[in-house]
Ligand binder design. Structure first.
Ligand code: SF4
Ligand code: SF4
Length: 90
């Protein structure tokens, strides 16, 4: 699974940045076509949902999705056999 922010919905409030225990959301730098600065994703493959949601069949954290006032956060299926880089932090 791949974490994605829907740029047509996000309003740049950065609430997702406050709640993520893995600090996957970082303050963005560039405005999109609507003049909104979206958060950037820092190594989203570290998110437990990205790695394990398929295996467990349910959302494992989901805090960012729950707090997002605009339902702008989602997980996309990855293409079959797409290579994944996983960095584990201890
Ligand atoms: S689901 Fe949890 S760990 Fe994954 S990006 Fe959202 S808040 Fe962070
Ligand atoms: S919480 Fe939702 S609307 Fe706010 S910055 Fe994050 S993705 Fe965008």
């Amino acid at each position: 699974m791949k974490l994605a922010i829907d740029s047509s919905r996000c309003k740049g409030c950065n609430l997702c940045m406050l709640v993520c225990p893995y600090r996957i959301f970082k303050e963005g730098k560039e405005q999109n076509e609507r003049g909104i600065i979206l958060p950037e994703l820092d190594r989203p493959e570290r998110c437990p949902n990205c790695r394990l949601q398929k295996l467990y069949g349910r959302t494992l954290c989901g805090l960012c999705q729950m707090i997002c006032p605009d339902q702008a956060i989602r997980w996309d299926d990855e293409a079959k056999n797409e290579r994944q880089k996983v960095e584990v932090e201890f």
